[in-house]
Structure formats: C-alpha cells, structure tokens
Design a protein around this ligand. Structure first.
Ligand code: PHE
Length: 360
C-alpha cells in the first residue's frame, strides 16, 4: 500500500514540476502535452484509479481519495500555468505593438501642383461659370482635322515637316496636333447646336527648346456657335477672360491678323503691365517684358469661317460663331513674371511652389 501512496505523491510532484518548467520555458505547447501526460486519459494516476477495484473497500476509498485530490491539485496547477502563459503572451504582444509617438518620423515633403495645371483649371472655371463646357481631343490627331477641315490649303507652310511633327507611317496622315483648334471641328461633328466649349491641352511644334520656345506647350481653345453671334461677343468674352486672369485694370486690343479658319481674324494683345505701353513711345526706357512693343501677344481669335461650319455640316446661313486660342504657358509667364520657359518643363518643385505662392 505504501508503495502506491508514494507513487501517487511522486506523480503529483512531477506533474507540478512539469507545469513549472513549461511556464519557465514560456511554452504553452509544452504545457498542453504535459497536461495530457499527467491528467489525460492515459495518465498514470488514471491507470492507478482503474486498479483500485483490486483493493479492499476501505483501501479503495482511502487511496481513491488521495488520487482524486492529486488529480484536482494537478488540474488546478495546469490551469494556473495556462493563465500565466496566456497573460505573458498578451503582455509581450502589447509591448511589441507599442507605437513610440516620440520617435522621429520620415518626412515626406508636400508636393505642389504644376502652375500650368492650376491655371488650366482657373481658366476653365471662368467659362464653366458662364455655362460653357470643357471638351477634349487627342494629341495625336488626324491631319485632316488639324488642317484640311480648318480650311488650310494643301500648300500652307504650317504643313511643312519643318513646322509640324508627322507620325510614321506618313500614309496614315497623322500628326501631333499643332494647335487645339481641331477640337473645334470634333465638337461641331459630335455636339448638338448651340455649342459653347473650351478645350485646354498640349500642342506640338517642331521648335527648338530654349528660354522662349517649347516644342510642347499648352493652349486654351474656345468655340461658340449659336444664332446671331458676332465679333462683339468675341471681344466681350475675351475681355472677361483677361480681367479674370490679370485683374480689372488689364487693357486688351484686337489686332487684325489671318487664320484660315476664322474670318475676320485677329490677334489679341495685352497692354504691357510693366511699362503700360510707355516703352513703345519712349526709347530711353526700354521694357524687357514686351520688348518695347508696348503690347504682349496673347492668342489668336476670330469669327468662325463659314467654310469650317459647312465642313462640319452646320447651316452657316442660320448659325455663326467665334473662336479663340491662347497660350496657357504665356499666360503663366505674364501673370507670374516667369521669364524662362525652361522652368516649366524641368520639374523643379521650387518653381511650382513659388508660382503657387503668387497665384491670384
Ligand atoms: N489655333 C490658332 C493658333 O494656334 C489660334 C486660334 C484659335 C486662332 C482659334 C483663331 C481661332 O495660333
């Protein structure tokens, strides 16, 4: 009998030691397998329990009680061990996931929108406020839409390789659009009348890249076709745009010019806001902004040539319209006093930031 008593006691002691060890190791896995070993179905104490039947009733009761107690102690020990391990695991996780808000952070400097993008939006907003729509066209354009439909003769100098970028193969007659005016024709072909649209975008010319020339620049095209539109509507619209862009003091003038797709045609000039035209009259005070011309060329415009309306299937006896196209890069230059066009394409964020600072 004493042998069996001792066997129970030592088994209980070993079980408790196993709990201790698993806790020290910090291993829940070990704890679970030890629990199986000491109080699971095949545990030694369970085997002893099953052998109790061979004993006298008194002995059975006595030893049975001791085994029960031992099993209860071990169950408790394993439970406590499990709790300790779970708490430790949680603490470790909380510690690992702590965010130290005092640590220095990686600084991501704020970007800045390109002045051209900002200005395109501002110019379009002036027209959206008047109920106009914004249209778009592709930069790789059909030669027909860029030239023929706009009444350019087949030998017009703008069609020469030296001015226009042609796309291979030449037999497809595709070019990089040289102005945003092909959007006029696209609009007329797809929209119902009347139309009031502006179309901002990139245009391409075979120009050298320097401080005053870019082979890629931006224009804002405008087209209005309705019943009874005249040159007066054009002038009013352009004055409104000029005042919105440069302030109420700006002075504009229309100077007669020629475009195949407008008749009459004009160029719109801005009175130089540096010398206010003085430099043209007084040679002793030259002006760098307007090259002492007194005026700055802003864009082209005119009354839509009836031939263009006819090419688009519009009844030119009922409808008339006006169109204009301004340089957007030039607008930024004059408005923000940015004299070097190279700054527009070099992508230095300081340029964008600086111009944003002075934008109206
Ligand atoms: N497309 C012309 C240019 O690029 C400008 C223009 C547009 C002129 C619309 C008249 C009407 O110079």
């Amino acid at each position: 009998m004493e042998e069996m008593d001792a066997a129970v006691t030592s088994e209980v002691d070993r079980g408790k030691a196993a709990v201790q060890q698993a806790v020290t190791m910090g291993s829940l896995e070990t704890l679970i397998s030890e629990r199986n070993r000491y109080i699971g179905k095949a545990a030694r104490l369970r085997t002893l329990q099953r052998q109790l039947g061979q004993l006298t009733p008194d002995e059975r009761r006595r030893l049975g009680g001791i085994i029960q107690q031992g099993l209860a102690q071990l169950t408790q020990a394993f439970e406590q061990g499990e709790q300790t391990l779970e708490r430790a695991a949680l603490e470790a996780r909380l510690l690992a996931e702590t965010v130290d808000v005092t640590l220095p952070v990686t600084q991501h400097p704020m970007g800045a929108r390109h002045p051209i993008s900002v200005l395109i939006e501002q110019m379009c907003d002036v027209f959206i406020a008047m109920g106009w729509q914004v249209a778009e066209g592709p930069e790789a354009e059909a030669e027909w839409l860029n030239f023929d439909a706009l009444n350019f003769s087949s030998d017009h100098p703008a069609r020469f390789m030296s001015d226009t970028l042609f796309i291979d193969p030449a037999s497809e007659h595709r070019i990089m659009r040289t102005h945003t005016s092909p959007v006029q024709m696209r609009t007329l072909l797809t929209n119902d009348l009347p139309v009031y649209v502006v179309a901002p975008g990139k245009v391409y010319r075979a120009d050298e890249y320097d401080a005053t020339h870019l082979p890629v620049f931006h224009q804002l095209e405008g087209l209005a076709v309705d019943k009874g539109l005249s040159l007066a509507d054009l002038k009013g619209t352009l004055d409104h745009l000029a005042k919105s862009m440069f302030g109420a003091e700006i002075v504009t003038r229309l100077r007669p010019h020629f475009f195949p797709f407008t008749e009459p045609s004009a160029e719109i000039d801005l009175l130089c806001f540096v010398c206010h035209g003085q430099s043209a009259e007084d040679p002793s005070h030259p002006c760098r902004t307007c090259h002492s011309e007194g005026w700055i060329e802003w864009g082209g415009c005119g009354v839509v040539n009836p031939r263009v309306l006819q090419a688009a299937g519009v009844d030119s006896s009922q409808y008339s319209g006006f169109a204009f196209g301004m340089g957007i890069d030039r607008t930024v230059m004059f408005r923000n006093n940015a004299s070097n066009l190279r700054d527009f394409v070099e992508g230095d964020i300081r340029f964008s930031r600086e111009l944003q600072g002075v934008a109206r």
